[in-house]
Design a protein around this ligand. Sequence first.
Ligand SMILES: [Zn+2]
Length: 588
Amino acid sequence: MSKRDYLLLFSIGPVQSFIAAARKTEDLWAGSYLLSFLVEKAIDKLEETVSENGGDLELIYPVKLKGADKAYGSMVASYPNRFLSLVSTDSEKLPAICETLADFIYGQFEEMCLFGLEDAFRMRGNGDSLMRDLTTHQARELLEVFWAVEPIESGDYEGARKNVESRLAAIKNNRTFSLQPQDGIVCTVCGEREALHETLYGENDSVGKMRSELRRTWSKLSGKYRSKEERDEAFDGTAFYTGRIRENEALCGVCLGKRALRDYMSERGKRSIHGFRSTVEISAPLNYYAIFTMDGDDMGRWLAGKEGRFSEDPGTIGFHRLISEKLAKFSGEAVPRRVLEAGGELVYAGGDDVLCFVPVPGLFQLINNLRLDFQNSEHGLHPEATASAGVVIVHKQYPLSSALNHARAMASRAKQYKHPVTGKSKDALGVAVFTRSGVINDFVVPWMLAGPFVTDSLDNVPTLMEHLVGLMKDDLSSSFIEKLGEAFLPLIGSDTKREVKIKLAEDPAESTKALSVEMNRLLGRSLIDRESQFASKLPEYADYLAKVHDVMGSGHEFLNWLQALRALARLLKENKEVQSDEAGTNAN
Ligand SMILES: [Zn+2]
């Protein structure tokens, strides 16, 4: 027997199922963290197993975090859901190594879910075997562990990497779905798996009878999970406090495992984890918060060495490890630092992917800072690298899963963006602002109107937006948008689905110029105080407004954009008034 070099690619999922089922922010964090933790444990176990079998292992992607992990606490889910390694071993041993690892991952996940059951119901020994059986079954049904191996032939690393990727994709596509009929009552979090119950339902049990059995089971929940630890609010704004598991909740074994995850991590993972802040807490005092999601553009091309220049040659292991290290620095150091500075909560930062909750006031700056870090040559990917993002700004009581879906949808619209002036694709920002009356104002803008990425210029759209929100908040009359609508709707029609631009002249450059003149006139008429410091700046803002219209899909999207800015201005203004009221009360 002789050793050979193999590439081994493992993936643990399904990611969407792990994080989609979320009734509160902690569910979302726990789903991401659980996956990241499984990957971290799996990498350790793989190293151990290969070494026990007399082989060698080199991890290619991701690289393991050391100091970074400690600097920003252990709460960040920082491992992507797949890992690639170079294994040097006897070929006969490889299948057993992979199967050992897969068994380990399933076992680990099952243990985490069973911990939740035992902790929440204070179970000892093997009692309540029905709930244990259900939990084990649900954990094993959900988890998908796939792997693919590929020998490296005559040193062709890049060829082997491509093959192992497509092999894994083929295995995933051919998986069989086992749809199990659910006869019980489903979990209040995921709505998919059966909620845990202590005794078997009878074959002819009515829904009412099953519900009372569920209530009986969940009334036995331990005090730790009931004690009122989290602030929430009713729709009329009155505060109340709820336990980690609410009175009307009945969970499946997987969702329960997630709710217990912070205790599992403290007790068995030896990590200190605190409760994740709720949307109510992140929104205070504005009552609105933002979800921000970003990922690198064209990552496949970067990994294949088709973009940028690095110190290592494309197509080599050294090249891939270098990219892995850069992404680990970005997600493990830069991102947690920025989110912390902005007062946000980081759900996930692995590789080029980021998902976080952010208070509205620091949002634009955070957006710019993360984009800036991503192209930093020290703690990001590369100066030429770009990223696209999705943002949603919603009321604290807006359903979380739905808000997340909107954020993802806006991110994918940003990925489809093409800059009409530069012709560049992606490198854009999709934003949706939900106003109190339920209106959605959404739009896609490029990060830059023109030129390379810089943050301290009005060509940077988030910076321009911050300026305009400030202007609308204090210096423009609230009828500005109505005046704009009166001026332009006759030109583009009231059908918001129509993708027509505001056209004031046949020649595009002339039209932009005319739009700027018109904008300047409308801004001037809406200025509350004509002596204001902004008066002299209006022609410049008017120019930028016309430029933004140029790079947008339609005139309606442009009006949406301005309406979204006005909604943000109102939000911040109300907050300012609330705060000065409070200051006044305190002074008395
Ligand atoms: Zn569930």
